[in-house]
Design a protein around this ligand. Structure first.
Ligand SMILES: Cc1cc2nc3c(=O)[nH]c(=O)nc-3n(C[C@H](O)[C@H](O)[C@H](O)COP(=O)(O)OP(=O)(O)OC[C@H]3O[C@@H](n4cnc5c(N)ncnc54)[C@H](O)[C@@H]3O)c2cc1C
Length: 309
């Protein structure tokens, strides 16, 4: 519900961003853009049409000090119930191209789906990114999160990443300059991933498909794929598994409101229907407290928590 102050703010944002060509949605409910199906309104969600349009958005936000958040496919996100102040940018329009960029090399736009990239590699008989099969999300989100599994992660296949800095400058960073680490990367604050060059190896589709089938079967047996969730909530601590620690603490199925520790995989929290972000946050705190009391291990969140209470 938009109050009087809120509609004044909306009118201001309409004027400030009037020259942006891409679609603009004001006071947009963010739960519709996350796999958790949780999250309040964003003041303004923009889908820039192309790189110039994106640059315009970034420069306006930079000059006017308007907070900016870049949304991928929302599969690793908990957006709080108060929503997101300022501008949310989605690259789902205009940044989705995937193309062959040379021998054993693909260039993929940040707004493309990671699964579209996996399928493109398979179609072109390029091996090396089978590990990514079944990981939901965008190419941009996968780069930022260094998405992967134990057998491989984005760090292993990214050659370089083209970014736009928060003041609209375009740069190309090499793999070694990105600071990839376990489910993390180290881009400068406010950078937007535009596209990435991926290097793979010539392979054959039969072997690639065989590996993918095995990995998908493994995923189906271990993850609550039909539930609203955001993947692993916590990073695995060194030499252990967050899921094992949570299960050993007797928390499988433990719930607060409609937020519950998954019965299928204890490192997943599922939204049983009407969970609020506040339920998930309380559940996260309870899990951390119980695991710490029992083992002395501090679990660290893998999911990104954004927005206002
Ligand atoms: C069922 C399920 C299974 C999963 N399995 C795995 C798994 O096996 N391995 C794994 O690593 N992850 C897994 N995940 C988590 C998630 O899919 C990945 O982290 C994914 O890479 C996130 O991509 P996204 O586009 O959804 O990013 P989002 O969730 O939208 O965003 C994540 C972060 O990336 C930033 N971001 C996104 N795009 C850009 C961009 N273009 N420029 C700058 N910043 C950007 C956002 O600001 C945010 O900080 C799983 C999730 C689910 C729901």
């Amino acid at each position: 519900m938009c109050s009087g102050f809120c509609s004044l703010k909306t009118e201001g944002l309409k004027i400030i961003f009037k020259d942006v060509r891409g679609e603009k949605k004001f006071n947009e409910l963010m739960r519709n853009y996350t796999s958790f199906r949780i999250g309040g309104d964003a003041d303004l969600l923009i889908f820039p049409e192309d790189i110039d349009d994106l640059k315009n958005v970034l420069c306006i936000c930079h000059d006017k000090k308007i907070p900016l958040f870049i949304l991928g496919f929302g599969t690793n996100l908990l957006i709080k119930d108060g929503g997101i102040r300022g501008v949310v940018v989605s690259l789902n329009e205009g940044f989705k191209e995937i193309r062959i960029a040379g021998d054993e090399m693909i260039t993929a736009g940040a707004g493309a789906g990671l699964q579209a990239l996996v399928n493109f590699a398979l179609k072109n008989e390029l091996a090396g990114m089978e590990f990514a099969v079944g990981i939901p999300g965008s190419v941009g989100g996968a780069v930022i999160m260094n998405a992967g599994i134990r057998d491989g992660e984005m760090k292993d296949i990214v050659k370089s990443v083209k970014i736009m800095t928060d003041d609209g400058e375009t740069k190309v960073l090499k793999n070694e300059d990105i600071g990839f680490s376990y489910r993390n990367s180290d881009f400068s604050e406010g950078s937007v991933v535009l596209e990435t060059d991926i290097f793979l190896k010539n392979g054959n589709s039969r072997d690639i498909k065989k590996m993918m089938t095995l990995l998908i079967a493994d995923r189906k047996s271990k993850q609550p794929l039909s539930s609203y969730c955001a993947g692993s909530v916590f990073k695995n601590p060194p030499d252990d598994f967050a899921g094992r620690l949570i299960e050993s603490a007797g928390l499988k199925g433990f719930s607060i409101g409609d937020a519950a520790v998954s019965e299928v995989h204890s490192n997943f929290i599922v939204n049983r229907g009407k969970a609020a972000a506040s339920d998930v946050l309380r559940l996260i705190e309870s899990i951390k407290e119980r695991v710490f009391t029992r083992t002395g291990i501090s679990l660290e969140e893998e999911i990104k928590i954004v927005g206002e209470d």
